[in-house]
Ligand binder design. Structure first.
Ligand code: G
Ligand code: MN
Length: 274
């Protein structure tokens, strides 16, 4: 039962009632031209009976025991992989926590889940924060190595906001950098533009892909495209949205592509025979 503020206690949130309130939304990451969805990031929300849609931050306050958090984390991972079976051409990106990375069996469990769901390993990308490495660097790295050997890709989320960013980059095997929204927001300032440009150049030199987060204006889009970001994510293209809406966006993408005029056929000359 809810208290005066409409907040449901943890006890009532376990089991099927709580699960039925959980929703996964997906936010597209597009190729730099803004025309093709390459990946979707799974983001959790709760459809609360009295308080409407709760953000991840509000929702996680209710999942404050280790067991509840763990159950939720695995629910997100499995649900995201299952939903992604609907979009065979896309990767799915899933946020994972520092706590998950400290579990020595984490990589093994993820690989088993992927095999059970039946999604291709190389379509799954895990987003981690630099803070995942602070408490136990060796364990986090061991998990990452095992995941990457299994074909799963790793992205460093909110890049640029943590500590020791540059030294981490050289020490952690990472496939993708996600440049934090706070830099993109200020990309009209010379300093921020210079930092973003340097980050992109460095990531590319290290063989990584780069996604810019929180792209909201076409000026930001043009800048990020020009300097060589591979992928873009943000409200300019789409907010986090339902799985059905992603399917509709893919249908529309296909329709636009096929509606484009086909290149003019090369005229065939028939030689008159003597
Ligand atoms: O830290 P992470 O990259 O996982 O954060 C994703 C969050 O950022 C989501 O909650 C999403 O709603 C939010 N977000 C994504 N794109 C934008 C954007 O263009 N503008 C703003 N204000 N928030 C965004
Ligand atoms: Mn993320």
């Amino acid at each position: 039962m809810a208290n005066d503020e409409g907040i449901v206690s943890d006890k009532e949130m376990v089991g099927p009632i709580r699960r039925s309130q959980l929703a996964l939304l997906f936010q597209p990451q597009l190729t730099a031209d803004g025309k093709t969805i390459a990946c979707v990031e799974a983001l959790i929300r709760q459809e609360h009976p009295t308080r409407g849609r709760l953000s991840a931050g509000e929702l996680l306050r209710h999942y404050d025991t280790v067991a509840l958090r763990e159950e939720l984390d695995w629910w997100v991972m499995e649900e995201a992989c299952r939903q992604a079976l609907r979009w065979p051409d896309l990767s799915v990106s899933i946020n994972v926590t520092a706590t998950q990375f400290r579990n020595p069996d984490f990589a093994r469990h993820v690989l088993a889940l992927i095999a059970r769901v039946g999604i291709r390993h190389d379509r799954v990308e895990l987003e981690i924060l630099e803070s995942a490495f602070i408490k136990d660097f060796d364990m986090a790295t061991a998990n990452i190595n095992q995941l990457r050997e299994g074909g799963v890709r790793i992205a460093l989320d909110d890049f640029g906001t943590g500590y020791s960013s540059l030294s981490y980059l050289l020490r952690i095997p990472i496939d993708k950098l996600k440049i934090d929204k706070s830099f993109v927001d200020k990309s009209d300032s010379l300093q921020s533009a210079a930092i973003i440009q340097a980050l992109v150049a460095m990531a590319r030199a290290l063989g990584m892909k780069v996604t810019a987060e929180g792209v909201e204006t076409s000026a930001q889009h043009q800048f990020l495209r020009t300097i060589g970001c591979h992928y873009l994510q943000g409200y300019l293209f789409s907010p986090p949205t339902s799985a059905d809406a992603i399917t509709r966006m893919l249908d529309e993408q296909m329709r636009v592509r096929h509606a484009m005029p086909a290149p003019a056929p090369v005229p065939v000359r028939i030689q008159a025979t003597a």
